[in-house]
Design a protein around this ligand. Sequence first.
Ligand SMILES: *Cc1c(COP(=O)(O)O)cnc(C)c1O
Length: 377
Amino acid sequence: MQFRDLNAQYLHLREKIDAGIASVLGTGHFILGEQVRELEGKLAAYVGTKHCVACANGTDALQLVMMSWGIGPGDAVFTSDFTFFASAGTVSILGATPVLVDIDPQTFNICPDALEKAIQKVLAEGKLIPRVIIPVDLFGLPADYPRIEKIAEKYQMRILEDGAQGFGGAIDGKRACSYGEAATTSFFPAKPLGCYGDGGAIFTDDDALEIHLRSIQRQGASPVDKYDNQLIGMNSRLDTLQAAILLPKLEAFEEYEMDAANQVASWYTQRLQGLVETPVVPEGYLSAWAQYTIKLKDQAARDGLKEYLMEQGIPSMIYYPRGLHQQTAYLDMGLKDEEFPHTIDAIRRVLSLPMHPYLQEEDVARVCDAVIAYLKE
Ligand SMILES: *Cc1c(COP(=O)(O)O)cnc(C)c1O
């Protein structure tokens, strides 16, 4: 059994993917070929934003948006302590200060109450200006945008949605990657919508931001004369080959993969509910199920289960084994574990089980039987 079976997906879509690759090889337009524009249009339509700007990866996507907004030294950017490093690393690379916030223990997403307290603390200290909130749609579940939007409005801050894991999710039908002034996603192969290499995208309704992003992703080139560099930018584009691979994958994603992933999640929950803590999906929310993450009673039980599953040939992963405040690169911030009680609890007790749309009911039953057998011991 595989944790995320990319080969099963390839076998399903092989003809279309191979034809897409062949068509790019035939035209020779490897950079900014027509498939990139076609994909951007389809992604924006799916998510429900006016614009989509494809780029090299989900990390660049975050950085490009903050560069466009002029985020830098003296600015405070608030994000979750329990996420992939890029959500904060992109803030640091611009010279701004990431302010790490504890999570909601139910959803694993940034806790709105803790967020507001963190903003008030920064204001009281008076050294940094609160500018941006980066909520992360962890494990595929959209963050609490209804409450985060109110906080952003109250403190006049921007929201940048990190939808790297959230693409495909929704709240009351409004899709992930359409929240905030801009949102980003990643097409890293194991994400809900993945390509065969690195890729990413930015979503926004802001016309001026879109034009600015298209310039700074191409060395700050002028829209009319590409050898006149008007701004300092990056080189961050999505390959035409990756766009051609993503086109049939997006079709499958819309047509059945999201439904299939939700079916897999409900098979897990039916079998595991009451035995371990199963993922919470609040009323009106739809998860993209980037991960199916359970919580055991303590660290010993979690580590034991991981070991036991491995012996049974079942892979599982610990997302994440540490909070961002515990990363070596951030130890100099001097943050204490006590400031992040829910992150600390999660890193000790979480375990992510095999999850992808091509998992069969008998596979889920096998995983769950192994979990149940372990718990009986
Ligand atoms: C994967 C991920 C990213 C970065 O995406 P890359 O394409 O790997 O650069 C950013 N944020 C979160 C939450 C992620 O999971």
